[in-house]
Design a protein around this ligand. Sequence first.
Ligand SMILES: [Zn+2]
Length: 84
Amino acid sequence: MSIGKEWTPSELRYKLFRKKLCPRCRGRLKHHTVRTYMGRGFGTPQSAKISDMYLYVDWYYCEVCDQDYSISELATLDRKGNDG
Ligand SMILES: [Zn+2]
């Protein structure tokens, strides 16, 4: 069972349209997903089964800077960097 992240408009725009570049060195970022355990809960309202729930969040890693950036961090930096 996985829960989708709730996207802000700027995060979504960044994910879909922006080149994923490191804010520091402008190098290419490697996409990976981090799974966070959210505890146990009901999967769907229709299902009475309790299962483990995980939240998947997009992260981007720069090998040069050895730095991991979350999508929300990148979207914020991106918005500051260029207008629109
Ligand atoms: Zn970098």
